[in-house]
Design a protein around this ligand. Structure first.
Ligand code: ZN
Length: 509
């Protein structure tokens, strides 16, 4: 049985509306998922929502709603955004789903029976307005480190998970498996953090201060800490404990893609939880960077929150996808501004890809009545096998930016080819009609190769191009060979259509 490529986004916390950071993580995973599908592999892409915890409880109370009613209203906003962005996930998990709760309680009961969870008194400092619990060290000059207000001494009885017991094992595991945490600089950060002794993790909250959570098995007084609950979605969503056959086809996860702010939970808590449970490790935890919101124009008019839906309405989902995938190397921080996005729109999309399509289709219309002419064999202007291999290699190395650079090199080459061969001059000389035919066949075929690959990155645009070339979506390139040959057929009547990326000043407001 082929192992299914199993990849995950973090489940998103539902105390507010989705923003560009959420969109970035999901677009990256969607691109990887689509590319693996393109390679003919079975894929399982899971995403979802993290719905328990104090912040949700608080937000619900503020709106005078039951927490479940509150989250039920937020979840569709995430699903709408994924639809609008062309995110094709295979499963959407909510931590309020019954099967997930069952798995969480089963895991906790097992770990307690094994002796990896114990009950103990816990002393700390509590800030009532923030509803935050602080240790002595976390306080700032004896005050709440979030709001600076006075804190009260609090003693609670809670359940603890023995992180400390597994610290040496984890350090050894990370050293022995250099690709477990990526990029390398993040792995080194985790190893640096592990130089200090790990404290056991408090994994419950007393119901006196939090009721919105999964009940700790065997205790009416405690609910489960939201992170312990949330991380387990990667197992429950894959059928752990409930569907053995499914679980065996999916686990270990091939990729947990996370933001760098939640690396510690995924690179320290999570592997230790799995080790304690006797579950094998996921193959890779990859941390991406953050988007800084730059550009005065943006921050003045909209504030610091970039609403991805508004951007999609203005520019189209593929434009946002292209920008986020291309602007930074995965792992590093990026700068977002609408001005930068507009710049990319003009240079890379309208003037490069859009122009290539437009001139190719226009000349086929003008010189060959819209029918793709017959080209000669062996005159292709780029190496299709090399293009496939290099793009694959970049995606498998989690470098979508490099993959796009490979694809854009073909687009640039094809546009140069038009300048070099001057089809408009060839068209004036009847003795050179075969040469003209060859140029246009070559151009049409290069757009087709580009479009097939772009299905992973810019699915909507790719679909439009392939439809105009009368090529069905080539969702799987079986054995690569299909890609190496010509993808267009001479004699096919193509459809020029509207510009793929119209000039922005001509777009309807
Ligand atoms: Zn506070």
């Amino acid at each position: 049985m082929t192992k299914t490529y199993y990849l995950t986004t973090p489940i998103y916390y539902v105390n507010g509306k989705p923003h560009i950071g959420h969109a970035y993580t999901s677009i990256l995973c969607d691109t990887f998922a689509r590319f693996h599908r393109l390679r003919g592999e079975p894929v399982f892409y899971i995403t979802g929502t993290d719905e328990h915890g104090i912040k949700v409880q608080k937000a619900a109370i503020e709106q005078k709603k039951e927490p479940k009613a509150f989250v039920d209203e937020i979840v569709p906003q995430f699903k709408d955004l994924w639809r609008v962005l062309g995110i094709r996930y295979d499963h959407f998990i909510r931590t309020t789903d019954e099967y997930h709760k069952q798995v969480v309680q089963k895991v906790l009961a097992d770990l307690e029976a094994k002796g990896d969870i114990y009950k103990a008194k816990y002393q700390g400092w509590y800030c009532t307005p923030c509803e935050s619990f602080w240790t002595e060290l976390q306080l700032k000059e004896g005050k709440c480190s979030d709001c600076g207000r006075a804190v009260d001494r609090l003693e609670e009885e809670n359940y603890f998970f023995k992180l400390s017991k597994y610290q040496d094992w984890l350090i050894g595991y990370i050293r022995d498996n250099p690709y477990f945490i990526q990029p390398d600089y993040r792995k080194n950060e985790v190893l640096g953090f592990l130089k200090e002794p790990l404290e056991d993790l408090c994994i419950t909250r007393p119901k006196a201060r939090l009721t919105w959570g999964i009940e700790y098995p065997g205790s009416k007084d405690h609910v489960v800490y939201v992170w312990f609950d949330a991380l387990l979605n990667y197992l429950s969503g894959a059928g752990y404990f409930l569907d053995d056959k499914k679980f065996k086809s999916l686990w270990p996860a091939d990729l947990h893609l996370v933001g760098k702010d939640i690396l510690r939970q995924h690179a320290v808590f999570w592997p230790i939880m799995l080790k304690a449970m006797g579950v094998i490790m996921p193959k890779l935890v990859f941390a991406h960077g953050w988007w800084r919101i730059g550009g005065a124009k943006m921050s003045k008019s909209v504030g610091n929150v970039v609403d991805p839906i508004a951007l999609v309405q203005k520019y189209g989902s593929d434009v946002l996808r292209y920008f986020l995938l291309n602007e930074v190397t995965l792992g590093l921080d990026g700068t977002y501004s609408e001005d930068l996005l507009v710049e990319r729109y003009s240079s890379d999309l309208a003037n490069s890809l859009g122009n290539l399509w437009h001139r190719t289709a226009s000349m086929i219309e003008k010189y060959f009545e819209g029918k793709i002419p017959q080209g000669k064999a062996g005159t292709r202007i780029y190496d299709a096998a090399g293009l496939w291999d290099e793009t694959s290699k970049a995606v498998l190395a989690h470098d979508p930016r490099e993959a796009l650079a490979r694809i854009w090199a073909v687009i640039t080459r094809a546009n140069q080819f038009v300048e070099e061969t001057k089809p408009w001059a060839l068209a004036k000389d009847p003795s050179r009609i075969d040469e003209l035919a060859d140029v246009l066949f070559n151009l049409a075929d290069s757009v087709a190769h580009v479009a097939v690959l772009l299905q992973a990155f810019m699915p909507e645009t790719a679909k439009v191009i392939l439809e105009r070339l009368k090529i069905g979506p080539i969702e799987q390139i079986r054995g690569d060979k299909e890609f190496y040959g010509s993808l267009v057929t001479a004699g096919t009547v193509i459809e020029k259509g509207e510009p793929l990326f119209p000039r922005l000043d001509e777009k309807k407001p």
